[in-house]
Design a protein around this ligand. Structure first.
Ligand SMILES: [Zn+2]
Length: 222
């Protein structure tokens, strides 16, 4: 499997990553409508209070099985969270990527005695990792953005239709002309006109799709 930067194995980094992955689990579960996940339920909040007299460094998640109660913390907790994010949400945390299903290999931690195989220095790598997931935590679900984009494209074709001139050609059958003022371009299919409109007359496309964009975004996020 591809390796994360060795700095990922430092105890300080482990704690940061526990907090971050807990946040991600909550956020992604919410986005996908997953409720009652033991990994992100209230239990570890309570243990945050305990940590002062237990001397623990960070959150503990209490996992209650049918006959067992287990407290997860530190590396064990982090690995559980990372595995959950990977299997359920397709998140390769150290690889800084997210897909709709877990495919291939995700990045794994190496112990920090292994010589680094990367030239990137630790601080840069950490900054990249932090920025990437902080943006994910405050931004929008990339899968939703993708869907919205598809919807916009599909709907754009509809609203662009009036800008396509259908022309009967004696020799070649139906032709599709660009409806922009002063433009005489002809195409074999309406899709080519849409494409041409996007490339050559972006102002038309922008005008007819601006309302559409607002509609779709408000449908998705309001
Ligand atoms: Zn044109």
């Amino acid at each position: 499997a591809p390796k994360a930067h060795p700095v990922s194995s430092e105890p300080r980094r482990i704690q940061t990553d526990i907090e971050r992955t807990l946040g991600l689990v909550r956020r992604l579960d919410t986005e996908k409508g997953i409720q009652g996940n033991v990994l992100s339920s209230g239990d570890h909040e309570k243990s945050d209070v305990d940590k002062s007299h237990m001397g623990s460094m960070g959150p503990i998640v209490i996992v209650r099985g049918l006959t067992t109660v287990k407290g997860l913390e530190g590396v064990e907790l982090l690995d559980t969270l990372l595995t959950y994010l990977w299997r359920i949400h397709g998140v390769d945390y150290y690889g800084m990527s997210e897909t709709n299903e877990a495919k291939g290999l995700r990045h794994v931690r190496t112990d920090n005695k292994t010589p680094s195989t990367t030239n990137i220095n630790a601080a840069d790598w950490e900054k990249k990792l932090d920025t990437y997931w902080q943006e994910r935590l405050t931004g929008q679900d990339p899968m939703v953005i993708l869907t919205a984009k598809d919807k916009i494209d599909a709907a754009a074709a509809e609203v662009l239709e009036p800008h396509v001139r259908k022309i009967r050609d004696e020799k070649y059958g139906w032709k599709y002309g660009c409806g922009a003022k002063g433009c005489t371009k002809l195409f074999h299919a309406p899709e080519f006109v849409y494409k041409h409109l996007r490339l050559k007359h972006p102002e038309i496309v922008l005008e007819v799709t601006s309302n559409l964009r607002e509609d779709i975004y408000s449908q998705n996020y309001m």
